[in-house]
Design a protein around this ligand. Structure first.
Ligand code: FE2
Length: 610
């Protein structure tokens, strides 16, 4: 039985294909279209899924959409009536979008994919999130927590899920508590994302990255915006917000009266904590003070978010009594909060869907249809994130040759990896392109940039050569799973799934912080742990670096230039290599280098900012 899940028209479009309950392929449309956060119809991702299974659209038994458009329409209509007439613009603009695409999703799925309407099913948005976590986890019984900006009406849910592996159990997801629009932890966080000068739905990481440079002095002010009950339920004071009245503004003038003027997008960021000796070229005392206030506000909303998520998790435990927790929804990408839930929360085990945002809804919708609507037993556990497209040696060779860059083919894997390690030991930066690309927003060793993490200076090197990121955005450590516990102090790292998917931040052991300076952010790191079974080549290159240096850790960041989606094809990868100062690419068995004095293919370095 072939089931295609589809999510689109809101944030990140994606498609995922199950055959007899086993995941065959999953990918986000942005990887193919090269348009970051592409939310259009995922033609290319769907084609990729069908090709991976060797089937055509007529072989699909069901197509499942990840939300219910009519419920969403109802929410927009009801909200607009409630705040009329100030909502007239948002209503008009939303309606155009709805009538254009969303409301007619059934006929679009029918005509664009070519399946009859009786094969098209719908799952509710938060049910899709819940299923994407539960039916990818290894558990038979779990508490469910989904948290995002908004789906149809729901903005967060607590539930209880069970799974049937052997005909003895029941596949069931029961949501027992819901938070409804406009009261939303995701939208509260996004309001601060916008206030701090970042793009909503993509800049939330930057708020999290800025937070450690501040102290949470404004917690009381954040709590003025919302009441929070013992279960983590929110009741926002809507006088501080505009997102229910506007498609462009998230916070109101009252919010500005409370927190002061918003930060200008792309303003330079320096404070006494980033530059203790005031050595920034544009140092200015007043700007530094103002930046410190922004960092303090970031620390405050981050802290409040953690407190609310901990309350939600505690409530999920009280209501279910399960020792397992599964999480999804965009807010479940808040890796600092996730780390605290794992360390301080009541659960023994935590699973978080790596594509926790709306792209993951495509997979969740398909899993929900298969297990709950069609009542089929479970067979699948998501042990790794490598569900994207892979490329042949011939395709790699063709891309490399078309750019005229020097390369060697090194068929002895040990030698290939030794060369890669030598490059990194020389202080250089590697593009790492292997196998199927990752599902979800993180680079996990298929499309990664790797470097020596030991000295603080490497952050600057990677930023100057390729990433051009703001100083408060940390780079991440990747560590051998069997050595993770030496470097990070969270318990059971080798047994839990979130570190596998770079979904949690952990304190770094105090005696190791000096060894991994480039990936240690105020004593913490958003680690990825690697098990040999799931990615032997990646595991081996980290192991070899460890043999050479005593430190089985690398700096890992996504293989893309700022503002671009992570690379997909060999052509994307070599193009990024030639337009940046990446020193060497390890692509399949090819080592691609730059000759001495190599000039970038284009002088242009800045691209649209993310
Ligand atoms: Fe969502």
């Amino acid at each position: 039985m072939n089931i295609l899940g589809v999510s689109c028209y809101y944030h990140d479009s994606a498609a995922a294909l199950l055959t007899d309950g086993m995941l065959v392929a999953a990918g986000e449309e942005e990887r193919f279209s090269r348009k970051k956060h592409d939310n259009g119809f995922p033609f290319r991702a769907i084609q990729f899924c069908l090709d991976s299974a060797g089937i055509e659209a007529r072989d699909l038994d069901y197509v499942v959409f990840y939300e219910k458009p009519l419920l969403k329409f109802e929410r927009i209509l009801m909200n607009s009536l409630a705040v009329f007439p100030t909502s007239s613009t948002v209503f008009r603009e939303s309606m155009v979008a709805m009538f254009d695409e969303k409301l007619w999703i059934k006929s679009q799925l029918q005509t664009r994919i070519g399946v009859p309407t009786d094969k098209i099913l719908f799952a509710e948005h938060h049910i899709s999130h819940a299923a994407s976590a539960m039916f990818c986890s290894p558990y038979s019984d779990a508490a469910v927590l989904t948290i995002d900006g908004v789906g149809e009406w729901t903005t967060a849910s607590i539930g209880h899920a069970t799974a049937d592996w052997n005909g003895q159990g029941e596949n069931r997801i029961k949501l027992v508590r819901e938070l409804r629009f406009p009261h939303s932890l995701g939208l509260l966080y996004s309001s601060f994302t916008a206030f701090l000068g970042f793009r909503v739905n993509s800049g939330e990481y930057k708020v999290m990255g800025m937070a450690p440079y501040g102290t949470p002095k404004y917690i009381d002010d954040v709590y003025r915006l919302t009441r929070v009950d013992d279960d983590g339920g929110l009741h926002l004071d809507m006088r501080y917000f505009s997102y229910h009245r506007s498609t462009r503004h998230t916070f109101s003038h009252r919010f500005v009266e409370l927190f002061g003027p918003p930060r200008q997008p792309e303003a330079e960021f320096f404070t006494l904590s980033t530059h203790p000796t005031r050595d920034h070229p544009n140092w200015d005392e007043r700007t530094a003070e103002q930046n410190q206030k922004y960092a303090d506000i970031a620390a405050s909303i981050q802290r409040v978010t953690e407190e609310i998520m901990l309350r939600m998790a505690a409530s999920a435990y009280r209501q279910t009594g399960s020792k397992n927790l599964v999480m999804a929804g965009g807010v479940a990408l808040n890796s600092v909060a996730n780390g605290r839930i794992m360390r301080e929360g009541p659960f023994e085990n935590v699973f978080i869907q790596p594509a926790a945002g709306d792209s993951g809804g495509a997979l969740g919708a398909a899993l929900y249809a298969y297990h709950v609507l069609l009542n089929q037993r479970r067979r699948f556990v998501m042990e790794h994130a490598y569900w994207g497209k892979e490329y042949s040696e011939a395709e790699m060779a063709e891309a490399i040759r078309s750019y005229g860059v020097p390369y060697e083919q090194v068929d002895d894997t040990e030698k290939l990896l030794d060369r890669a390690v030598d490059t990194m030991l020389a202080g250089k930066v590697i593009g790492w392109f292997q196998g199927r690309f990752e599902w979800g927003p993180r680079a996990l060793g298929s499309r990664s940039i790797l470097a020596d993490p030991r000295s603080e200076a490497m952050k600057e090197v990677v930023n100057t050569k390729v990433k051009f990121r703001e100083p408060f955005r940390p780079f991440s450590p990747v560590v051998l799973e069997e050595r993770a516990q030496e470097y990070f102090t969270s318990p059971d790292l080798d047994k839990q799934y979130p570190p596998r998917y770079m979904l949690m931040v952990s304190p770094v052991a105090s005696d190791k912080q000096d060894q991994i300076q480039a990936v240690c952010h105020n004593g913490t790191g958003r680690l990825q742990s690697v098990r040999r079974d799931w990615n032997p080549l990646y595991h081996r290159v980290i192991g070899k670096f460890g043999e050479a240096t005593g430190v089985p850790v690398l700096l890992n960041t996504s293989y893309n230039r700022r503002g671009e989606p992570i690379v997909n094809t060999p052509d994307n990868a070599i193009r990024t290599f030639s337009y940046s100062d990446i020193d060497q690419v390890v692509m399949g068995n090819f080592l691609v280098s730059k000759p001495e004095g190599y000039q970038q293919a284009l002088p242009e370095r800045k691209v649209e900012l993310d």
